[in-house]
Design a protein around this ligand. Structure first.
Ligand code: MHQ
Length: 264
């Protein structure tokens, strides 16, 4: 119509640019990592939350507590190994991971797969009552009593509780687990520089994502979590050693081959 304002093309472009998110190359990597996480996270987070009402009964908890130490270690080792297999699949789907040497892929998975499982565990954790989704229902630390490592279990549950308090989005869990996995400081890497480059790409992608959602403060909180992860993994190895010292002939028959290869 004649009384319409003349369109100022450059001004309009400026305004549009201000409201459109600018696409960075790191967004591509973020999308790849979020998709890889979604495809390999075992259970969707909405599914897990919908199951929170399913809690082990007193009798079921007692049944777990009356199992032998060996049976409970075996069960947990199987659950853990199962979760680790999904982490291996996650790693393989991250752009650039399969371009690393086979040695370095193995070094990163050996050093980082349990850390990733422990971060992912916060998705299966209900912070309202301190229970975790294990073998079909939610249970507290008392379910794991017969493992005989209450300190390790308590530390793992505390870690989950504190991670839940950060209210990480699925995107943040995906990027944080990728950062944890691609740690260039792992011993025995052949091409540390190549891992460091890949790690810094993911780090930039993570920082950009956090900045956009005004969650920059998350970075310092998560670097604290990285230290706690390291000590949890050392504690797991230590408790495993004590368990095996008393049962030297049992290791091979009890544990799944992958668990054996990763931790013994
Ligand atoms: C699930 C959630 C989940 C629940 C419990 C005996 C052994 C191998 C080591 C988690 C010490 C115990 C387990 C609790 C420890 C490593 C066990 C105790 C995915 C699996 C996961 C995370 C279990 C993993 C193994 C844990 C941590 O959705």
């Amino acid at each position: 119509s004649p009384d319409q304002q003349p369109v100022n093309a450059p001004g309009l472009t400026c305004r549009l640019l201000c409201v459109l998110p600018s696409l960075l190359s790191s967004d591509c990597l973020t999308a790849n990592i979020v998709k890889s996480h979604r495809e390999t996270c075992q259970y969707r987070v909405e599914e897990l939350q919908a199951l929170r009402w399913k809690v082990f009964s007193r009798e079921e908890v007692l049944a777990y507590q009356s199992k032998s130490v060996e049976e409970m270690w075996q069960r947990c080792a199987y659950r853990l190994t199962d979760s680790i297999q999904y982490v291996v699949e996650f790693a393989k789907r991250i752009d650039g991971f399969l371009e690393l040497s086979q040695n370095d892929q193995i070094v990163l998975l050996k050093g980082g797969s349990l850390e990733v499982v422990l971060v992912r565990m916060c998705r299966s954790f209900n912070p309202d009552n301190g229970t975790v989704f294990f073998e079909g229902k939610y249970g507290g630390t008392e379910v794991f009593k017969s493992l005989g490592c209450n300190d390790l279990i308590a530390s793992i549950f505390e870690f989950s509780q504190s991670l839940c308090a950060l209210h990480l989005s699925e995107q943040e869990v995906a990027l944080f687990t990728a950062v944890v996995l691609l740690n260039p400081e792992r011993a025995w890497l052949q091409d540390k520089e190549k891992v460091a480059r890949l790690h810094s790409h993911v780090d930039v992608a993570f920082k950009n994502t956090l900045q956009r959602s005004h969650r920059d403060t998350m970075l310092s909180k998560l670097s604290q979590k990285t230290l706690q992860l390291k000590s949890l993994c050392l504690l797991h190895i230590d408790r495993l050693r004590s368990f095996l010292e008393l049962r030297p002939l049992l290791a091979h028959s009890l544990f799944p081959p992958l668990y054996h290869e990763l931790f013994t």
